[in-house]
Design a protein around this ligand. Structure first.
Ligand SMILES: CC(C)(COP(=O)(O)OP(=O)(O)OC[C@H]1O[C@@H](n2cnc3c(N)ncnc32)[C@H](O)[C@@H]1OP(=O)(O)O)[C@@H](O)C(=O)NCCC(=O)NCCS
Length: 188
C-alpha cells in the first residue's frame, strides 16, 4: 500500500522530502547549468524544468516514492534530487526501478549524493520491498559512476546498452548499466 510508505527520509546530514513549489526556481537554475547537464542531451528551459518537476510529483502520487527533493537542514532548503524511479521506456532490464541523482554543482564533492542514495536503497529494499535496483549513465560520467560504486552497485560489464530514447548515433546513446540486489545491499 503506497500510503503506508514513509513520506520522507532523514540521514545524518540530509532530509529527503516531497517537493515544494519553492523548489521550482532552484531546480530550473540547476537544469540550466552546463556543468550539471554535461551528460544530458540539452539544458532545460524553465518550462521544461517545471514539467520535469510535475512528472516527478506524479510519480510520487502513483508509486508512493520517487526522486526526493534533497534538503541540507539549516544550510540549504534544496540542493537537488536523489531517489527512485520507474523508467518509462523499455529495455531488457525493464520494468525496473532505478536509483538516480542530480545535485546543484555548488554542493558537489561533499558525499551528499551517495549518502542520499544509500538511504534510497534502504527504503527500496525494506520499506518498498523491492528486490533489485538499477542505475545507468553514459560511460564518461565518472562522478555518477563513482556514486554507483560507493553505494555498492556492480557494473554489468556485458550489458552496456543504447538508450532507447536517443538515436543510436547520438553521442550520448551508449550507457553503462549497474545493479544492486537486496542481498548485495545487506552484505555491503
Ligand atoms: C553525480 C553527482 C550526483 C555526484 O554528487 P556528489 O554529491 O558531488 O557526490 P560525491 O561527493 O560522492 O562526489 C562524487 C565522487 O566522484 C569523484 N569524482 C569527481 N570527479 C571525478 C572525475 N572526473 N573522475 C573520477 N571521479 C571523479 C569524486 O572524487 C567523488 O568520489 P570520492 O568521494 O571517492 O572522492 C553530481 O556530480 C551531479 O549532480 N552531476 C550532474 C548530474 C548527473 O550527472 N547525474 C547523474 C546522471 S546518471
Amino acid at each position: 500500500m503506497t500510503e503506508d510508505l514513509p513520506q520522507e527520509i532523514k540521514t545524518d546530514r540530509l532530509l529527503l522530502r516531497r517537493w515544494r513549489e519553492s523548489d521550482g526556481p532552484l531546480f530550473a537554475q540547476m537544469n540550466a547549468d552546463p556543468k550539471v547537464m554535461e551528460c544530458f542531451p540539452s539544458l532545460l528551459t524553465r518550462e521544461e524544468s517545471d514539467e520535469s518537476m510535475r512528472r516527478i510529483c506524479e510519480h510520487f502520487d502513483e508509486h508512493g516514492f520517487g526522486l526526493w527533493a534533497v534538503e541540507v537542514p539549516g544550510t540549504a532548503e534544496f540542493i537537488g534530487y536523489v531517489g527512485l524511479k520507474y523508467p518509462t521506456w523499455q529495455a531488457w532490464f525493464t520494468p525496473c526501478v532505478e536509483v538516480g541523482w542530480r545535485i546543484d554543482s555548488r554542493y558537489w564533492g561533499n558525499g551528499y549524493a551517495p549518502e542520499a542514495a544509500k538511504a534510497s536503497l534502504e527504503f527500496a529494499f525494506h520499506a518498498a520491498g523491492l528486490n533489485e535496483i538499477y542505475s545507468f549513465t553514459v560511460p564518461h560520467n565518472l562522478r555518477s559512476r563513482r556514486v554507483m560504486e560507493k553505494i555498492g552497485m556492480t557494473h554489468l560489464q556485458e550489458h552496456d546498452f543504447a538508450h532507447p530514447i536517443l538515436a543510436p548515433d547520438h553521442p550520448l546513446s551508449r550507457h553503462v548499466l549497474y545493479r544492486i540486489s537486496r542481498s548485495d545491499f545487506a552484505r555491503s
